[in-house]
Design a protein around this ligand. Structure first.
Ligand SMILES: [Zn+2]
Length: 247
């Protein structure tokens, strides 16, 4: 039950007249993220996403927020630099096209790609001779830093290290930075006590393990349903978490 008003309306109107270009765009075997143009909510976690939310559409199961679609760790690379985009996509195991409905042109238009941050760095490394890439990285890193609340990251990282003392060095920082980016926009600081709870730490670390230490992202990129993909890597994730738990 999608509660995205616009696509619904559009489908109703356009069932017979949907232009070929629209159908072609929708049929391409890529993961797609849509920028909603109306008020929407996630059919999985129920969260109200406001207007202009970034969502995925999963057929009958409706809309999912990026967190529920497990795409939230990806970073947005706007269209415009074809060579750079190609490189970043090439290095990304998991990536998605970001589409927005154009009322004027009556078709979806590509806004850019969601790619892995590591892929972005690799692509940048390849173009480092280029002053432009340097400038781009500075801008992006400044944006990232401003989004991160230092205290929050340190606190969360300390909790990760406490709960998973044998996790590889640096794990706590990666997990904490991601959690900070995720919660800063959604939950706000008043709820930070809640997100420091053991369960929140375990969930954040499990997500990290899935994305970084298993084939999970590869499975998603091949179009495997998220639930199936999770089941396939669940044993592996549990084993890794258990080994990290013991000092
Ligand atoms: Zn959700």
């Amino acid at each position: 039950m999608a509660r995205i008003k616009e696509p619904k309306t559009r489908h109703r109107q356009g069932a017979e007249f949907k232009p070929r270009a629209v159908m072609a765009e929708l049929r391409k075997p890529e993961l797609k993220v849509f920028i909603a143009t109306r008020e929407s909510s996630c059919d999985e976690c129920g969260e109200a996403l406001g207007t202009r939310a970034w969502i995925t559409l999963a057929g009958e199961r409706g809309a999912r927020c990026l967190a529920c679609a497990d795409l939230e760790h990806l970073v947005f690379l706007p269209s415009g630099e074809a060579a750079f985009t190609r490189r970043a996509r090439g290095h990304s195991v998991l990536w998605a096209v970001v589409l927005k409905w154009s009322r004027a042109r009556k078709r979806y238009e590509r806004q850019g790609l969601l790619v892995e941050e590591a892929a972005l760095r690799l692509a940048e490394g390849e173009c480092l001779a280029d002053d432009d890439a340097r400038r781009r990285r500075r801008v992006r890193e400044a944006e990232r830093r401003s989004a991160l609340d230092r205290e929050y990251v340190q606190g969360f990282a300390a909790r990760v290290r406490e709960v998973f003392p044998s996790s590889p060095k640096g794990t706590e920082r990666k997990v904490a930075e991601h959690a900070c980016l995720k919660y800063s926009g959604r939950v706000g600081r008043s709820a930070s006590a809640k997100v420091f709870a053991r369960q929140a730490v375990e969930l954040a670390v499990a997500a990290h393990v899935r994305h970084v230490h298993t084939r999970y992202d590869e499975l998603l990129s091949q179009g495997v349903d998220r639930h199936d993909a999770r089941t396939m890597v669940a044993g592996e994730v549990a084993t890794i978490l258990e080994s990290w738990e013991h000092a």
